[in-house]
Design a protein around this ligand. Structure first.
Ligand code: MLT
Length: 410
């Protein structure tokens, strides 16, 4: 008789954003006239930029002609895209990343979830708390999380609280983790680490032999000089870190799907016999076996993001969302709420008023304001007492959401 992976039975009934969608749909079914403003999942609303659209049309034409047709592409991604990434995202910032250290994929969610395939089950994992739930759930699936305690923490995961009390800067752990997930600009708090703060983590990993999984899916929102876009801006990071990037939030590819991971050739793990093993080689082996590459059409669209037109158009869209973030932040602060994040990031992290718990405040916002957010507790125990709103809706809806929340008596 076949057996299932028991670890899946330890997970909550559904993934956070599926649960949020279920609740919103149930509310909508019960209140069909409610004009709900969705600020829950970080899905974009602006269309693809013209440069990407044009490139996709052309790529479809390529696929329609035998002389330009592309079937399976290289599992690591087409050279035209990897070269553009190496040039624009790295060399332009003074970082040398070779195209064969770049692995194009269908999303940072997949990459941050799949990376566990090449890590031993016995690794001790650390996450910031609150955290993007994919990091925790995939480690539960992989058998690295242990058991869920009454405090909402998995007993084999090291939680690094990021709250208003520590200025949303995680403290270096006393108990040394083997693997550390960092996401900056941060999802869900919308806060950032400056160069010195990130350097502390790289130095810690170098000293202790830990691996940093650095998710920089939101780097395009950075406007401050002192906030690093890439962990490889920090000396020595290529020996300890894998970086994940995505075109989803940068260029509106949540529906198109294209992202990439950087696995430097200077990064080595250790096998059970103490031998050094190239992480770049392991990830290539994994991807070639389990993945057939992002589509040619998506990759052509992604490459167009790096043309002068594409860069200007995507910057304009990011500026639009940053204006939404500022509108949320300022408007809600003026309403007397304690608001964090939303600078160099598309997420605004709001302290719930009068000690109302996160899920209750989520329900209140939905019911009284018809604004759908995400309860902070869904991101981890230290998210209790907060709610997250995204800046990805339209400007008009953002202004309207602020107006509705301000009209609410807490
Ligand atoms: C979020 O809302 O946290 C993100 O959109 C989720 C994701 O990118 O998968």
């Amino acid at each position: 008789m076949f057996r299932i992976n028991d670890n899946f039975c330890k997970l909550a009934e559904s993934y956070l954003f599926s649960e949020i969608a279920r609740r919103i749909n149930a509310y909508k079914a019960a209140h069909p006239d409610a004009d709900i403003i969705r600020m829950g999942i970080g899905d974009v609303t602006r269309p693809l930029c013209a440069a990407a659209v044009e490139a996709m049309h052309k790529a479809v034409d390529d696929e329609a002609d035998a002389s330009t047709f592309h079937g399976y592409g290289p599992e690591q991604g087409y050279p035209f895209l990897r070269d553009a990434i190496a040039e624009h995202d790295y060399r332009a910032r003074g970082i040398e990343i070779a195209p064969d250290e770049i692995f194009v994929s269908d999303g940072a969610k997949s990459d941050t979830g799949n990376i566990g395939d090449i890590l031993a089950q016995g690794n001790r994992v650390a996450v910031t708390d609150p955290v993007y739930p994919v990091y925790v759930d995939t480690n539960v699936m992989g058998g690295r999380a242990g058991a869920l305690g009454a405090d909402g923490c998995w007993d084999n995961i090291i939680y690094l609280p990021v709250t208003a009390q520590n200025g949303f800067v995680p403290a270096l752990p006393a108990e040394v983790p083997d693997v550390i997930y960092l996401c900056y600009p941060n999802n869900p708090t919308g806060t950032t680490l400056n160069r010195e703060q990130l350097k502390n983590w790289v130095d810690y990993a170098l000293e202790h032999g830990s691996l940093i999984l650095f998710d920089s899916a939101y780097e395009a929102f950075i406007r401050d000089e002192d906030v690093p876009h890439s962990i490889y801006e920090i000396e020595g990071a290529e020996k300890v870190a894998i970086e994940f990037r995505s075109f989803s939030k940068t260029a509106g590819f949540t529906g198109v799907r294209c992202a990439y991971a950087v696995v430097p050739k200077a990064l080595f793990g250790t096998d059970s016999e103490g031998n050094k093993v190239s992480m770049n080689h392991l990830w290539l082996r994994r991807q070639c076996t389990k993945f057939n590459g992002a589509s040619y059409i998506s990759q052509r669209a992604a490459a167009a993001v790096y043309t002068p037109e594409g860069l200007a158009q995507t910057r304009e869209t990011i500026d639009y969302y940053l204006r939404n973030a500022e509108t949320l932040r300022k408007g809600l602060e003026e309403a007397g709420l304690e608001v964090y994040g939303g600078v160099n990031a598309p997420y605004v992290w709001i302290k719930t008023p009068a000690g109302i718990d996160s899920w209750k405040f989520f329900d209140l916002l939905l019911d009284k304001c018809h604004v759908a957010g995400t309860p902070g507790a869904g991101f981890g125990p230290s998210g209790e007492g907060y709610v997250r709103l995204t800046a990805f809706n339209t400007y008009e809806n953002t202004v309207e959401a602020v107006k509705r929340i301000r009209a609410m008596q807490f």
